[in-house]
Design a protein around this ligand. Sequence first.
Ligand code: PHE
Length: 355
Amino acid sequence: MVWCKSIDEIIDMKFICNPMQDKIKEIREQSNAFEIIDLESAEQYRLKFLVKKGLINLLFQEFRSVEPEKKKKFGAELNVLKKELESKHKEGLQSLNKSESNEDNTSLDLPAYFNDLGSRHPISHTIEHMTEIFERLGFDVVSGPEIEDDWHNFSALNFPKNHPARDMQDTFFVDKDHALRTHTSSVQVRLMENTKPPIRSIMPGRVYRNEAISARSNCFFHQVEGLYIDEEVSFSDLKQTLYQFVQEFFGPDTKVRFRASYFPFTEPSAEMDIYLGLETESDARLTKGTGWLEILGCGMVDVNVLENCGIDPSKYTGFAFGLGVDRIAMLKYGVKDLRTFFYNDKRFLSQFSSL
Ligand code: PHE
């Protein structure tokens, strides 16, 4: 056995007796003895060893007063220890995560998680169906803002200054000059102002009116309005387009009728009804006992409106129409209360998930 030690070894021996060396050893031992078994113990480990006031940082503070010639050795050892502790914490957390996800994947007894798949809203679906039919008839789709100024929602459309539709009771005003649009005819004005005829477009969108909320009416609803402007567009073009639409949407045998009506922005104006009959109780209710259900307003664009929008009425004529989407969706899906479309109740909406 060789008892004699080299100078280096003797210096090393001295280090072994150094308090810093002892502390490094002790902390390492404490760390090794610490078991990270769950999130709570992982956090306790972090608090004990790794935070600013934890053991490793205390040691770094003491390190400042170590004699200069020993700094290199202890500095290196301290850094190794710090890395060790950090990776123990990190690996502890990782294996906790893993074991959690293993549980989910491997336990065959657990009930399966079913992802709720979203579906198109019945109102969106109705708008899409309408749009698709009008696109086939040569209409394109345009949209516009829901907050409108007086000009686009009313004045350009020939509403007299004292027209009741401007009244606070019908319109949600945002400020003195702006309101939530009460119809998508405002988009027609924007289109006419910015486009040279021929124009053949539909404007689907949400509109707002300050109406009492009930099973049949709401303070917001949806419209698909349409506009066709070109040379020699006539009322019979209007009728033909709407007939075509109704036959595609409601079926080839659907009976319709036009009734004379009034809108400030069309002249002549009409409303179109479809015949539902009186066979079921709900038909009777929806049609108020007549068998006929009004589904749209329409007419030839008023000369004043064309002029307001910079279109020459001596050269161009046009027709416009506006369909109410929500009522048609009620009819299509047999929904008795309009409000149920907008409660966002999954039990209601999931019934349309195959659309
Ligand atoms: N803007 C009308 C409404 O909201 C509908 C309509 C559009 C009527 C175009 C005629 C022509 O009631």
